[in-house]
Design a protein around this ligand. Structure first.
Ligand code: FAD
Length: 374
């Protein structure tokens, strides 16, 4: 059978939670994912607890996957001025290798269909979608969710505005072994042109993931040189890189990360997760937002399928709710990133915040939501 109620393009966190949610509601779901599970991804691997109630509602329990409890946040400037606070909601440390695979296994057990191919085109005609990959047959559906992440050739096919702009950010990630690193800590360390996060994952290894402007990176060109010449200027990163044992042959990297605003609905496709917009990673909240956007989309899809909304109303409602929930957080994340990346401002801000950890907690709250009620 090549016809489904909903086709989801992209089986990352947004796509997989949407698949679980829609199947639970009784709809037939097909997920297209271009990579087989499990696989590593460039990500800080710190998941905010705000999404835990929704995951549990879907039958996904991070504790069963040995996710590490994280309740403390450390921030440091390029020169190593640092402070620590208890996180208002806290989170879990779990690798994307384990997290996406856990959701995938759940989805398979609930009857979600998967096709492991890269989708080349999504077309909408006469109230139905046709989705094609280069290899497989054509699939049809009543609705399509776009959950294919930060950037894809599909954005070109859908003529999305942001894809025209060259984006100047690079993400780099690798796992390390360092037994002395505390279980409960997520640390964010600043360096010239970027910042890096450190936290433990379910296997006890430490994930080190950083975001850097291409402007700063291009002076060194190679990750190994960038680590050696730029990251080590921050004394915390210098100590970490000296003591920790790298576990990947090569770090993973992704280029062209865009923080431009995007639309949550394009050509009748409901966009979820990073496909709808990406929050600055220093907020440590992109994963929770990705899954939360899927929850909003699934609730609206239910109303459409029940005949309560027509297609036009459903699309407007999704864009409206998406904006109401996420717009302020994205704005707050943008302002924070601006401060972090200007050495003078980050030193000044750190001095101010150091006098009042309550202020830091309040800033963190502005980029996070309340626990997602189900
Ligand atoms: C450097 C960095 C650090 C970060 N750190 C954190 C953090 O610590 N905490 C946090 O909460 N968030 C963090 N984030 C953000 C977080 O990684 C994303 O918000 C999250 O991965 C979004 O999930 P998603 O499902 O939207 O996209 P993804 O996880 O990227 O999933 C998209 C999926 O679509 C597939 N795909 C793409 N194109 C196609 C196609 N044409 N056909 C079929 N499949 C396709 C891909 O293979 C992929 O599996 C970070 C981001 C960056 C860049």
């Amino acid at each position: 059978m090549n016809k489904f109620d909903v086709i989801i393009v992209g089986g990352g966190l947004a796509g997989l939670t949407a698949a679980l949610d829609l199947t639970k509601r009784g709809f037939t779901v097909l997920v297209f994912e271009k990579q087989r599970y499990p696989h590593h991804k460039v990500c800080g691997e710190y998941v905010s607890n705000e999404i835990q109630p929704y995951l549990e509602h879907l039958g996904v329990f991070l504790d069963q996957a040995n996710a590490v409890v994280i309740d403390t946040f450390q921030l440091s400037t390029v020169k190593g001025k640092s402070l620590k606070v208890k996180l208002p909601i806290g989170g879990k440390g779990i690798s994307r290798h384990a997290f996406d695979y856990l959701l995938y296994k759940n989805a398979i057990s609930k009857g979600v269909t998967f096709v492991f191919e890269n989708v080349d085109s999504i077309a909408f005609k006469n109230g139905a979608f046709t989705v094609k990959s280069g290899l497989s047959e054509t699939y049809m559906s009543t609705l399509v969710i776009g959950a294919y992440g930060k950037r894809s050739s599909l954005d070109k096919q859908l003529h999305r505005g942001f894809i025209q702009d060259k984006s100047s950010w690079l993400g780099v990630k690798a796992h390390y072994k360092l037994d002395s690193f505390p279980d409960n800590l997520v640390a964010l360390h600043n360096f010239r042109g970027g910042y890096g996060g450190l936290s433990k994952t379910e296997t006890g290894v430490i994930n080190f993931c950083y975001l850097v402007s291409y402007e700063s990176f291009k002076q060194e060109k190679k990750v190994v040189d960038f680590n050696k010449n730029v990251l080590v200027k921050n004394p915390f990163l210098a100590t970490f890189l000296k003591e920790a044992i790298p576990l990947f042959d090569q770090p993973l990297s992704i280029a062209q990360i865009s923080f431009q605003p995007k639309k949550a609905v394009e050509n009748h496709v409901l966009m979820c997760g990073d496909t709808a917009s990406l929050i600055h990673p220093l907020c440590g909240n992109g994963m929770a937002m990705a899954m939360h956007s899927s929850k909003i989309a699934c609730e609206i899809i239910q109303n459409y399928m029940d005949g309560i909304y027509d297609r036009t109303y459903m699309e407007k409602e999704y864009q409206k709710q998406w904006t109401a929930v996420f717009k302020r957080r994205l704005w707050a994340g943008k302002q924070l990133q601006k401060i972090m990346l200007r050495e003078d401002l980050s030193n000044f801000a750190m001095g101010t915040v150091a006098k009042s950890p309550r202020l830091l907690k309040s800033i963190i709250s502005k980029t996070h939501g309340k626990p997602v009620i189900c």
